[in-house]
Ligand binder design. Structure first.
Ligand code: DGL
Length: 264
């Protein structure tokens, strides 16, 4: 294994940065390429066929170009739809990001769990299977919150996030049967932890927010255990849309250790 071989993190936009932050804490020395399919954002309103073709195609080409040691799909929408096909296509280990229903089920006391995700994620059979496996006997209340993806993107551009938008997403959970008893909410989109302050404000202090970032970082550390890392070039942020027109600020990306910006 080439010590300079990067870990490739992939998302549609800034969401995967929440996974990158967790990865930095466990593997600070690992070289990283952060790839955002900004030309395809948002994924949540696309069809399964479109997402699967896009993600598998892009990751195939990116892997050929950069020879990563591991690929992490840091996106719930892409993972719940395309993890299987991507694993078939790529020869490197692929770690997905799927809704953290298991840890939420372990910590709920009321037995009522909320789940916020994109419209595409919440309708996936993958989520039904996680619910059946880990939340049997509990109630899982799902609500699509596509507006939060744009809000998270805006927040990282230092734009104002309207609390009303977050309150609306939370109300979508609360109005459903037993919604008032929710004491844990799965953030089933990697963009949403970027809004945890606003979400906590809307849900109140007694509701726990649960996301998968720490677990994914640990899984990557486990899969790369014993490998050596050497950063021979700056970690990069790579965008499928023109980075000149890309609204992600260089200072924000640098705060995540991504000091070079490129177009794919
Ligand atoms: N960050 C992505 C996820 O985890 C999706 C955002 C989008 O709609 O593109 O689902």
């Amino acid at each position: 294994m080439d010590p300079a071989a990067p870990i490739l993190l992939f998302d549609s936009g800034v969401g995967g940065l929440t996974v990158l932050a967790a990865l930095r804490r466990v593997l600070p020395e690992a070289p990283v390429i952060y790839a955002a399919d900004t030309a395809g954002l948002p994924y949540g309103s696309k069809s399964e066929a479109e997402i699967a073709a896009r993600v598998a195609g892009l990751l195939g080409r990116m892997t050929e170009r950069w020879h990563p040691r591991l690929v992490c799909i840091a996106c719930n929408t892409a993972s719940t739809i395309a993890l299987g096909i991507v694993r078939e296509v790529l020869e490197v280990p692929v770690v997905g990001t799927v809704p953290a229903i298991k840890p939420a089920a372990a910590l709920t006391r009321s037995g009522v769990i909320g789940l916020l995700g994109t419209a595409a994620t919440i309708r996936q059979g993958y989520v039904d299977r996680l619910e059946a496996e880990f939340a049997a006997g509990k109630r899982l209340i799902r609500h699509p919150a596509p507006g939060l993806v744009a809000a998270a993107e805006a927040k990282l551009r230092d734009e104002l996030v309207e609390q009303a938008l977050i309150d609306e997403a939370v109300a979508g959970l609360r109005v459903q049967a037993q919604g008032g008893q929710i004491d844990a909410v799965v953030l089933a989109c990697t963009h949403f932890p970027l809004l945890s302050e606003e979400l906590q404000r809307a849900l109140g202090p007694d509701v726990r927010l649960v996301d998968g970032a720490e677990g994914i970082a640990r899984r990557i550390a486990h899969l790369t255990d014993g490998q050596t890392f050497a950063r021979t070039m700056p970690d990069r942020a790579v965008f499928t849309a023109d980075p000149a027109a890309n609204p992600m600020r260089a200072e924000m990306l640098a705060a995540y250790g991504l000091t070079q910006i490129e177009r794919f």
